[in-house]
Design a binder for this molecule. Structure first.
Ligand code: SAH
Length: 354
């Protein structure tokens, strides 16, 4: 073996896939459990530290496989504790992950693609276009890398970790790799993220929502709605022309929910565009009968984007209408704005600056 690309990427594989790989090397299956545990439980990123394996085996593994190709390029710290990681992949592509600490839990926002093909007009990633899909290993490596940076490799994380697939990319357009990553992250015998702690956000790839509904192991689902009629949604989300609101809402209505689970609808508040009282009432009507909660997200402006955020008073008035009509909602606090880590701001800026 010569090029790194011929090596098997072990991170992100399920235990039985690691087993097949070990057997193909002529090793005993129990070695797979050791390697998997090292990656998923101890968050080991090199074979050197797998001292439970004989040295010769570590060398063989190094020759035929890799754990991850992700490197930190830069780290940006925000005054509110948010940390943005710019990561470089093997082929020189860049992806970003954001760490948001809170008192009793952390949230890690991860990317599913390099860039994004959807070109939503209020989102900076849309400006980039799609470069490529991430592999399951590259998706998972963001979580491992961030936890290791913050807490140290092998150190038990002191509290809950929430993960949101709300970084760069449209996760449902990279369905297979994203689902592999989901299964890896949720494996109770591995990294063991709590199922309710993993959320996938989509702009509305309707056929994949039906696919997701049939999965045995699923993340929580969030829909980036932001518009309550097709005329406006077509302007904001070009993908709405392919999968209009009626079809999207129909898919949401049939989506199976756990006992206390709600579907999350993200609603980016755009000044004078979608924030009127009438829009709020339209939102309530659209979601009636769905066990839903709404996240009201102040828009993060950028010079490249032709929108401004609704003022906070307007967002509160908007929320009041939802509350009066029994639709639960939360106003999201903008985070990491001083380091361009806020929703929809990732990567494009760095690239624009060369
Ligand atoms: N493609 C997926 C996930 C990435 S976007 C999706 O569309 O959901 C993650 C979230 O960030 C979405 O809710 C999106 O509406 C929001 N977002 C994008 N650009 C934003 C901006 N400039 N300000 C605030 N939220 C933004």
């Amino acid at each position: 073996m010569t090029g790194i690309d011929e090596k098997t990427e072990l991170l992100g594989l399920a235990l039985d896939e690691v087993t097949n790989f070990m057997v193909s090397l002529g090793e005993k299956p129990y070695r797979a459990r050791q390697v998997y545990d090292a990656m998923a439980r101890r968050r080991t990123t090199s074979f050197d530290t797998m001292t439970e394996l004989p040295k010769t085996l570590r060398r063989i593994l190094e020759e035929h496989s890799i754990i991850t190709r992700t490197q930190i390029q830069s780290v940006f710290d925000s005054s509110d504790g948010t940390r943005r990681y710019l990561l470089t992949l093997n082929d020189g592509s860049e992806m970003e992950s954001v760490f948001m600490p809170e008192e009793r839990r952390d949230t890690i926002c991860i990317s599913s693609q390099v860039g994004c093909p959807l070109a939503c007009t209020f989102c900076m990633t849309g400006v980039l276009g799609l470069k490529r899909n991430l592999s399951a290993g590259e998706i998972v490596s963001q979580v491992i890398l961030v936890l290791n940076q913050v807490y140290g490799e092998g150190v038990e994380v002191p509290h809950r970790t929430n993960i949101v697939m709300m970084g760069m990319g449209e996760p449902l357009l990279n369905y297979d790799q994203v689902m592999k990553a989901v299964r890896f992250l949720l494996d109770p015998k591995g990294l063991a993220i709590a199922p309710r702690g993993l959320t996938l956000s989509t702009a509305g790839i309707v056929p994949r929502i039906y696919d997701l509904a049939r999965e045995e192991i699923r993340p929580r689902l969030a829909i980036s709605l932001t518009a309550t009629n097709d005329e406006l949604r077509n302007q904001l989300f070009p993908i709405n022309r392919k999968y209009p609101l009626e079809e999207l809402i129909k898919a949401c209505r049939s989506y199976p929910l756990g006992e206390r689970e709600r579907l999350t609808f993200e609603y980016v508040m755009l000044d004078g565009i979608n924030d009127s009282d009438a829009n709020a009432r339209e939102l309530v009507r659209l979601l009636s009968g769905i066990r839903a909660k709404v996240n009201l997200i102040p828009h993060n402006p950028a010079p490249e984007l032709p929108y401004a955020s609704s003022p906070m008073e307007r967002i509160q008035e908007f929320q009041k209408i939802l509350t009066e009509r029994g639709l639960p909602s939360f106003i999201r606090r903008p985070r990491g704005q001083d380091i361009s880590a806020a929703c929809g701001q990732l990567a494009a800026r760095h690239q624009a600056n060369g």
